[in-house]
Design a protein around this ligand. Structure first.
Ligand code: MN3
Length: 242
């Protein structure tokens, strides 16, 4: 046997080990992680007029419910998974036939759970400007709150098709803005560009299902009205918990 053939066989054998070892990443002893549709923290019409009741009912009760149910079917095959965040950070190591389900539905579940919580009725927790350490960090990293909102709005407006805009706390503590397609998010190592990986503390859904009933194609109007809903106290809480 020549060297190149031996090397090729050895490489194939190693790839075989890697391919069979990967699915065991979450095959640990332990309970099955359970997810479910969280209740909205306000009435479905409480975000009007920025987001209408019908959109909220369909978005939460149909879209998010579907993501949660489909994600659970994948979690049932991943015993010992410790948290949703852990699973989303390890998608490339999951069994191949679960990766797309987890990416789309696990991402969909986590993203919407964040989305409901970082909004509040306008004037009753929603809107205004951040305070404290978060405000200082935004000023340090973007220059001003206005510069930050402009960059974030632009990330949402220019995301082609379906996706999300994000404010992300990077591992070094800096804040960055970016966007992802579909239900991807900055927790997904290996799937999202490295320079956006971190902990999302604010997310904006720019899928058409988030705004089309009321705004039709006017995504920009949806985004400018959405700022009146942002629950900065909750965003700050998440920033300080990192
Ligand atoms: Mn959505």
């Amino acid at each position: 046997m020549n060297i190149s053939r031996r090397t090729a066989l050895k490489t194939t054998a190693m790839m075989g080990v890697a391919a069979t070892a990967a699915p065991r990443v979450f095959a640990r002893a332990g309970a099955t992680l359970k997810v479910s549709l969280p209740d909205l923290p306000y009435a479905p019409d409480a975000l009007e007029p920025a987001i209408d009741r019908k959109t909220m009912e369909i978005h939460h009760g149909r879209h998010h419910a579907g993501y949660a149910n489909n994600f659970q079917s994948a979690l049932d095959r991943l015993p010992g998974a410790r948290s949703v965040e852990e699973v989303l950070a390890e998608i490339p190591a999951l069994p191949g036939d679960l990766q797309t389900t987890v990416r789309n539905n696990g991402g969909g579940h986590w993203n919407h759970d964040l989305f409901w919580k970082i909004m509040a009725p306008p004037g009753r927790g929603g809107g205004g400007v951040p305070a404290g350490d978060l405000a200082a960090r935004i000023n340090a990293d973007f220059g001003s709150f206005a510069a930050f909102t402009e960059e974030f709005s632009n990330a949402g407006a220019t995301r082609f098709g379906s996706g999300w805009a994000w404010l992300v706390a990077r591992p070094d503590g800096r804040l960055v803005v970016g966007s992802t397609p579909n239900q991807d998010n900055p927790l997904m190592k290996g799937l999202v560009p490295d320079d956006l990986i971190g902990t999302p503390i604010l997310g904006l859904d720019v899928w058409e299902h988030a705004y089309y009933l009321h705004y039709q194609n006017r995504r920009g109007d949806y985004i400018s009205n959405w700022w009146k809903l942002v629950n900065w106290e909750e965003v700050s809480r998440r920033f300080e918990a990192i």
